[in-house]
Design a protein around this ligand. Sequence first.
Ligand code: IVH
Length: 706
Amino acid sequence: MKKTELKKEIEKLREEINYHNYRYYVLDNPAISDAEYDRLMQQLEVLEKKYPELITPDSPTQRVGAKPLEAFGTITHTIPMLSLNNAFSIDEAKEFDDRIKRLLSPHPALSPVCRSTGRRKGRGEEEIEYVAEPKIDGLAIELVYEDGGFTVGSTRGDGYTGEDVTLNLKTIKSIPMRLLKKQGSGVRGQGPAPAGFKQGSENKYPIPSRLEVRGEVFLPLKVFEKINKEREKTGEPLFANPRNAAAGSLRQLDPKVTASRPLDIFCYGVGVVEGVKFKTHWETLEALKTFGLKINPLIKKCDGIEAVLEYHQEIEKKRDNLPYEVDGIVIKVNDIELQNRLGVITRSPRWALAYKFKPREETTKIKSIEIGVGRTGALTPVAIMEPVEVGGVTIERATLHNQDEIDRKDVRVGDTVVVARAGDVIPEVVMVIKEKRTGKEKTFKIPEKCPLCNSKVERIGAIHFCTGGLSCPAQVKETIKHFVSKRAMDIDGLGDKHIEQFVDDGLIKDVADLYYLKKETLLKLERWAEKSADNLIDAIEKSKHPTLPRLIYALGIRQVGEHMAHVVAEEFGALEAIMKADKERLLSVHDIGPETAESIYDFFQESHNIKVIEKLKKAGVIFPQMKKVAGKLAGKTFIFTGALSSFSRDEAKELVEKHGGTTASSISKKIDYVIAGAEPGSKYDDAKRLGLKIISEEEFKNLLKE
Ligand code: IVH
């Protein structure tokens, strides 16, 4: 293909991808399957890899990939990004409307007289046309498009200069890299045009040579919850609200981090627009929409302030069900000519107003702190507070997340605190008002015993867990589900629904009870017939002969996955031996780190767990022995690094195991031999540092021969 043709082909692909991106991320109405989309992306990637000189910064492949920055540059906004005056009541909103009418009314002596009333008519008599919009609680940004291509994006900063966050904004999929010229024409496989658009029609508005778009970047509530859950696990401090999380994500120097936290945007205005003139704000939003920019679908034209007040109520009612955080509405005079006449005072336009909702934050007092135990055994401290209304809902419980968060915020029983809620997210304690302390407040520590089953509590990362596993009532359903699963005891025909039914009906309290289930009992339950009952009893019977690793894995010891179950089984050969091992003995095994050793040890220290194990044995579950394979490599641990020439990694591992040795996946002092192939990786350096025995592939082969 000739270069010009190639260029055309690449352009066509990009146009297609951009359009489908728009259908998916902006309209939420995809026209093709994900697989088809991936195929188009792949085609483009292949071509761009072959002809890197044809890559452009606005290509859809260039959303992530840039290297981390040292620091952000600064951007001066051509037109300052203003802030808004706030109103908190109906009266304040009405005052805003009155003021506008007053300011727009010409001098009374100059206005015409009304024939019927004899009063002078002014602008003050007519209702003002407003546009009312949800006020998104995120952070304001500006996007610059030159000849339709996205060039620079920045934060609001102090209103005059902001930070250059172009690379991070590129990772937001609902921000078009190129503005749409037409509504989908010239695009192959585009599917039907979305509602409200004519198929293949030219845009009503030409693409401006320069377009500065303003909008709010935000983190959808679902993503916010997910990020905080992950941070809780890793022990990182939690984000107080979606707004902070969005700001933190957008201000990452590494765009890859931003990309991992899917931000979104709603555009709500413009700065400089060259080449097109809009008469109204509504028309501006319409144009932005046809350019492929994301506009909030709840924005409404309102004739007069009464309609605006209704809108305020309507959105406040919807607030809890929206997938993003909204803290009020923004009211804007629709007519741009009128906007200009009204002008700006001290950094806020006279033609716009933020009419806030009831705050989502309130202060109250902590009466006590309770511990909740989750399905996974995680212990969550919960503040019990004097009831308080937050954003229209009375709350008296708020999560304190974990011990680190309690310590970081220095929360004590008796403290006066700020509590907040966002959407359907569980209310949480944001901060302590320390000035209100009397000296009688008491610090709080998560107890060492589970409040439900009295088992020992252990800490993994930032979270405290109950070690009661097999017998803790909070964990019983999840433990049983894990126990019967395919890779554990593999009890066929026992689904999650059945387990919930059995536990709820009090038929089983722990995993061992499964083996005492009777056919007659099942037949008395709803939805159980002769055949299904027979099948289940059969499957339970069959599961009585597990392999040792499966049995260990099925117990659901924290930190003991399938691989670890194998390691432990091979090392100790029998469950009884593992039960007797102390922490030191466990730690001497390769691949077992301190947390795992502690977790295994604690599990078997718990008398509840021992009881369940004995109950299993009594029911006839066989606890198998595993003979250690005797061989040339018995008792030796190996690790591989670099490429081997005579066999694959898996083959080499198999050879080691066949000769009675074991292989490790990470470097530690417990390793006997490091086998270094070609171009060994970081394991090699680590091995050298630890002074481990490093041998070549040839030497390894000799070991096998000896
Ligand atoms: S208009 C002059 N519209 O609220 C107009 N702002 O308190 C300035 N915001 O900095 C902004 N949703 O971060 C506008 N639909 C909306 C908005 C909105 C959220 C934020 C924006 C702005 C702040 C002003």
